[in-house]
Structure formats: C-alpha cells, structure tokens
Design a protein around this ligand. Structure first.
Ligand code: URA
Length: 218
C-alpha cells in the first residue's frame, strides 16, 4: 500500500518510485522540496558509506561544514565522532553515516556566520522518509542515534537519552537501536575534565555497538 504523508510537508512525493538503491535515493534527495529547508541550504547532505554497513550512525542535521562540503559529520562534531569511533574499535569507513534532516537549518548572526538552528518537529517528520528508506535498504544490525533529535525520531517523542542511553533497543525496522549523546554536546562541555568524562561515556556507549557487531562477524 502506498504510504501517505503524515504531515502537510513531506519528502514522500520525492522518493523514487522504483529501483530504489542508495544511489537513486541520494539522487532523488537532491531534488527534495518536501519542506522549506532546501531553500536556504547550499545542498542536500545525504548519508555516506557502504550499503553493506552493519552500523548506521544518525545525527540531527548537517552543520555549516557539512552544508558546504556535501557530506555528513565532516566538521568539528565529526572529528569528535571519528575519535570516539576509533577508541571504540569501530571503523568509520565500514559504517553508514547520515542525519535525520538532510538540509542545514541556520540563522544569520553577526558577520557571515551561520548559526545552527534546531529543526522543528514538522521538519523532522517531513524529512524522515529518507532516513527510513536508508535503514530499510541497508538493513543494519544497529542504528546509533546521536542525540535527542535522532533518538526521538526513531524511538518516539517520549524517549530520553539521559535515561536510556547505551541500551540496545528494538525498533520497527528489525535493526536494534542504541541512543547516545550527540558529539557536539561534548564540544560544549566547559572544562577539560567534563569533556574527558563525557568522551569516556560516549566511547562506552559505542563500545556496546562494537561488541555486538564484532560478535556477529566472528
Ligand atoms: N551535526 C549533525 O547532527 N550532523 C552532521 O552531519 C554534523 C553535525
């Protein structure tokens, strides 16, 4: 049965109708006008990584660097993520990295700086079909939800990362989900000690994922 958009704004009419692969999906997403965010973004930032990935990592939305380069998690938060993945013995090149929202949402500040603006729940719902299709196509063992926006998009509005981070949970996709903090929350920590402690907790959450995928691969 054809899916119907749940909101008046939706990416659904822009999804390819047949022969859906990650490549055709990414191509179609470049033309998405399912919500107003495309208008102010430089480009669509679709997911990146192999279709054979056992792990999908999901952030909130591209930031300034990602918007300019057209790839997810390539800025400061991406560097925190890279280090934590390496510490948890997960090879980023074997993961698929994406975001719930595929366009950069920003507000102007002084000068030419563009400040990240959290996407609204309507924008998240409108963009969600892209992520759902990425998960359906890849069929990963685990979807890692980085921060509250990603966690609530997949696990429901009542989900609290602070309460249930680091746990392997069931999803409607068959894949398990594990929610943890967004790497940018580590960048926002005030002191070196706080950053070190939060990095350690982030790596511990990712290590749960590493254990699962390495056990399955053995
Ligand atoms: N923050 C995100 O949530 N995603 C990115 O790709 C970059 C920063």
């Amino acid at each position: 049965m054809a899916r119907q958009p749940k909101t008046e704004m939706s990416a659904l009419p822009f999804l390819p109708k047949k022969r859906v692969t990650l490549a055709t999906l990414a191509d179609a997403a470049r033309a998405c006008r399912g919500c107003p965010l495309y208008a102010r973004a430089t480009q669509t930032v679709f997911g990146a990584g192999p279709a054979s990935a056992r792990v999908i990592l999901v952030g909130e939305q591209p930031g300034n660097d990602e918007d300019l380069r057209g790839a997810p998690f390539v800025g400061p938060a991406g560097r925190v993520l890279d280090k934590a993945l390496a510490a948890a013995h997960i090879d980023r090149r074997e993961t698929y990295v994406t975001n719930v929202v595929k366009h950069f949402n920003w507000v102007a500040t002084t000068g030419s700086r563009r400040l990240h603006k959290k996407p609204s729940s309507r924008e998240v719902s409108a963009c969600l079909p892209w992520l759902e299709e990425e998960i359906v196509l890849i069929k990963p063992d685990v979807v890692v939800l980085l921060g509250a926006t990603a966690a609530q998009a997949i696990l429901g509005r009542d989900f609290r990362v602070t309460k249930d981070r680091g746990k392997l949970l069931a999803t409607r996709f068959g894949a398990r989900a594990l929610a943890t903090v967004h790497p940018s929350s580590i960048l926002r920590q005030r002191t070196h000690e706080d950053r070190a402690r939060e990095t350690e907790r982030f790596v511990a959450d990712l290590a749960v994922v590493a254990k699962l995928i390495h056990r399955r691969a053995a």
